[in-house]
Design a protein around this ligand. Structure first.
Ligand SMILES: [Zn+2]
Length: 417
């Protein structure tokens, strides 16, 4: 082709239009850079993404925004029973794929970029059905990898009042490996954690088998003594689920399940840090004993979280109340009916009651849970890791999420909700 032919093509309207559209596409795909105050170093930084991953983190001269906006790895909640009207656990097994997306999007608004949908004690049929729905839908493109797997809390827990908590007694049962294998396969082998009571017949054998499959075992809703706690941990149990809850009100001051779990140095703990489930001195003591390397902030949130305050009817007909402060009450018995606060609130609350640093609070809500499940691709601000970030302001120990990014994609912006 002659040179004049080339010039004609380059100046033709069709070619120019093509260049214009290509430029628009490239511009549309360009990842945005994010600036904020690094949650751990306190320095202003600029962070860039490439292919959904963190490409670079560079110090910048000064923060110019009107308010201090912190930048941190997205939060990781290992116990989400439901959210914003969606329940993973209860209901007549009517969980739908669109419900999973709805709960995930609502959690993003709270800065939670990774979570484990949690199924609690129920009939074999309901557990099978819901694990199947989750197993077939957790990896959809629109979820951006926010669900790495699931948590089964129960049904292999202590049936006694108090230890059982709100789990329905009719469905509490002894550890049953055959049943569990059916659930595990229904979930697409994505049950990452099981919470059980180690004192039950067959529990130690169950723990051993979980360890062989790489499933994290948590002990919870139990009344195990010291030797049972130590044996369970020796066999591979890693963490105590919501320490201080799922425990009877009246316990022996010397012999109770709290002391051995605090005393065992290899056992991590998760705590519900919503300001209602534990009092301040409990959190302070648990934190002093376990420290920021062995403590995880969890939420135990239910489907009532992120709804308007008011009265609701449960599926079984009870009237429950969600207060303005975010407490979920069952007025007939004057007890709590699960949690309604995402771990975002826990990050602020633990700062307030323990005096820990922001770096430690974020670590307990992101880095440590990611490490517990071996998810090395998240939980820290580092080059090469997933672009899962949260930007927030902090006032009076309350976090306000400004923006959330998952795999480098902005999924929430407070100013453009
Ligand atoms: Zn529980």
């Amino acid at each position: 082709m002659s040179a004049s032919g080339n010039n004609r093509i380059l100046s033709s309207p069709v070619f120019l239009l093509l260049v214009f559209f290509l430029a628009m596409i490239i511009k549309g795909k360009a990842q945005e850079a994010v600036e904020g105050i690094h949650y751990a170093t306190g320095q202003p930084v600029r962070l860039e993404f490439k292919g959904g991953r963190i490409e670079s983190i560079k110090k910048i001269k000064k923060w110019s925004g009107p308010a201090k906006v912190y930048i941190a790895p997205g939060f990781f909640d290992n116990q989400v029973n439901g959210f914003a009207g969606v329940s993973f656990s209860f209901g007549n097994s009517d969980l739908r794929p669109e419900d999973i997306l709805k709960a995930t999007r609502e959690l993003w608004k709270k800065g939670v970029t990774t979570y484990l949908p949690t199924l609690t004690t129920h009939s074999h049929e309901v557990l099978m059905k819901n694990f199947k729905v989750l197993g077939q839908n957790y990896s959809g493109d629109s979820l951006l990898g926010s669900i790495p797997g699931f948590h089964l809390e129960g049904p292999y827990i202590n049936p006694e009042d108090g230890y059982r908590g709100a789990h329905p007694k009719a469905y509490v049962r002894l550890p049953d490996w055959e049943e569990f294998m059916k659930l595990y396969h229904a979930s697409g082998k994505k049950i990452l954690q099981v919470t059980l009571a180690p004192e039950l017949e067959g529990a130690m054998e169950f723990i051993k088998k979980c360890k062989e499959l790489g499933i994290t075992v948590a002990i919870g809703h139990h009344n195990a003594n010291r030797s049972q706690v130590d044996e369970a941990v020796g066999l591979g149990a890693r963490i105590a689920t919501h320490l201080g809850n799922g425990c009877a009100n009246m316990i022996n001051r010397h012999l109770n399940p709290l002391w051995p779990q605090l005393a065992n140095e290899d056992l991590l703990i998760s705590i519900i840090c919503d300001g209602f489930h534990l009092n301040e001195e409990e959190i302070r003591v648990f934190y002093k004993v376990k420290g920021p390397e062995r403590t995880i902030i969890t939420s135990d949130v239910t489907s009532y979280a992120a709804l308007e305050p008011g009265e609701y009817k449960t599926q079984t007909g009870e009237t429950i109340e969600l207060t303005r402060e975010g407490m979920l009450r069952y007025p007939a018995q004057n007890v709590l009916y699960g949690s309604a606060s995402p771990i975002t609130k826990g990050v602020g609350h633990i700062l307030k009651v323990t005096g820990c640093s922001l770096a430690e609070a974020v670590q307990m809500a992101s880095t440590i849970p990611a490490r517990l499940y071996g998810l090395t691709d998240r939980g820290r601000l580092e080059k090469g890791l997933r672009g899962d970030l949260v930007l927030f302001t902090l006032e009076d120990f309350k976090l306000t999420i400004q923006k959330t990014y998952v795999q480098g994609k902005k999924v929430f912006d407070l100013n453009h909700p």
